[in-house]
Design a binder for this molecule. Structure first.
Ligand SMILES: Cc1cc2nc3c(=O)[nH]c(=O)nc-3n(C[C@H](O)[C@H](O)[C@H](O)COP(=O)(O)O)c2cc1C
Length: 395
């Protein structure tokens, strides 16, 4: 692990997790991640912004030693989740004079999750600041930038926004700053989809405020730092906007090929109408990619056979996840195949109340697709094409 200089007064002392492949036992990490932490030295005080996941506690302490850190007066905890706060107890032990600065809700969480003594914690609110001597930190509460206790920290002298999970990406890279926009964009978009998208409306408001700030560097708590803040701000404005792309996402699963054949036929019909299509096989599929596709697809068509009177369990999981992340999808439908009967369409519909999409007539057929099924799929493709052409939010 290495310590890297951001400015004369600010060092990056976090760690890189090259090998981690799953986060929260939920989110696939195709490119690892990093736990970013920052050491800020003023003339009078030294502050640490966030810590690292406890799996990297030793490397973190080594970094602090390498940085010649012999005092910490303030530990800013922007977010109580353990990948940022998990090494706090050991840091509090090593630096008995250090105080924690966090929001009121964060204080509760730090006590319940990590048993941090309340006497070590100072509650901060939006507008509060901490003067370290020649350099200062301002706190801004941004609840629900993932959890209810979240805040960001701004250093006006260096124009750095320590944004915690906001603008982050799960990317292990040796570059301190983003140097590969294509790769970073995909990973930042995945991160947005998995973590931020359910809170799209709050984040939209925060973005408006952040755009008014004088920021030279955005330093998130995962992935590379961004020394061209406009780059990520523009992406977030786009992702959080109401606009969607002229695409249809088809999450599908099939046991004996009937649903899959329907997906192939339907894909062709959509492509012939100039619509982008993403058939997404759920079997062994990467749920992060599915979330990414949900960020700005205009339409989702769930494709599943009937299993024991309802949707295939793979589809149940996918629909549950899709509903949780609250995509801005405009239209939805269901296609698939059954043998003798069940409640697949009704069950699936009832599982997606947070997807505020207009539901187009499902095509749910018995057995393998025949001429009538082809005609019904064609009608659905035409209905989608018509919606996509006339909807001003679709580009
Ligand atoms: C484990 C299992 C359970 C099934 N349960 C039902 C059911 O409850 N109702 C029904 O109509 N068909 C049921 N089927 C039949 C399938 O829905 C039917 O064969 C369908 O065409 C399969 O589509 P696929 O080829 O896309 O897998 C079941 C099939 C399997 C293998």
């Amino acid at each position: 692990m290495v310590v890297r200089k951001i400015t004369d007064k600010i060092l990056s002392v976090g760690t890189i997790d090259w090998d981690r492949r799953i986060f929260d036992n939920l989110i696939p990490l195709p490119e690892g991640t990093s736990y970013n932490s920052f050491l800020i030295r003023g003339k009078e005080k030294t502050a640490l912004i966030d810590t690292v996941d406890p799996v990297h506690e030793e490397e973190f302490i080594t970094n602090l030693v390498k940085a010649g850190c012999d005092r910490i007066d303030a530990i800013i905890i922007n977010h109580a989740e353990q990948d940022h706060s998990g090494s706090l107890p050991v840091i509090l032990e090593l630096f008995p004079g250090a105080k924690v600065y966090c929001t009121e809700k964060c204080k509760d969480l730090l006590s319940s999750l990590l048993d941090v003594p309340p006497s070590r914690i100072e509650i901060v609110k939006t507008g509060d600041s901490l003067n370290l001597g020649g350099i200062s930190l301002q706190f801004i509460e941004y609840p629900w930038v993932h959890w209810p206790e979240t805040m960001v920290t701004y250093c006006p002298e260096e124009k750095i926004l320590f944004s915690c999970d906001l603008f982050g990406s799960h990317l292990a890279t040796s570059s301190l700053y983003m140097d590969d926009p294509c790769r970073t964009e995909i990973l930042a978009k995945r991160y947005y989809a998995e973590i931020m998208m359910p809170f799209r409306n709050s984040i939209k408001q925060y973005l408006a405020k952040i755009q008014e700030m004088d920021i030279a560097i955005i330093a998130p708590s995962h992935g590379p730092l961004l020394n061209n803040p406009q780059w990520i701000l523009e992406k977030y404005v786009d992702w959080t906007s109401d606009s969607v792309r002229n695409t249809v996402l088809i999450p599908y699963v099939s046991m004996h090929g009937s649903t899959e054949r329907m997906v192939r036929i339907f894909t062709d019909f959509l492509m012939e109408r100039g619509i982008g299509v993403r058939p997404f096989n759920l079997t062994g599929g990467d749920s992060g990619l599915l979330a990414l596709e949900l960020v700005d697809t205009a339409t989702v068509v769930f494709a599943t056979p009937t299993v024991l009177f309802g949707p295939h369990p793979e589809m149940v999981t996918a629909a549950y996840l899709a509903n949780l992340v609250k995509p801005k999808t405009r239209y939805a439908s269901i296609i698939g195949s059954f043998g003798w009967g069940g409640k697949t369409v009704e069950t699936l519909k009832s599982m997606i109340p947070h997807i505020k999409a207009e539901l187009l007539s499902p095509v749910y057929i018995q057995g393998a697709p025949d001429e009538k099924s082809r005609a019904d799929l064609l009608a659905l493709a035409e209905a989608i094409a018509e919606k996509h052409t006339s909807d001003p939010l679709i580009s």
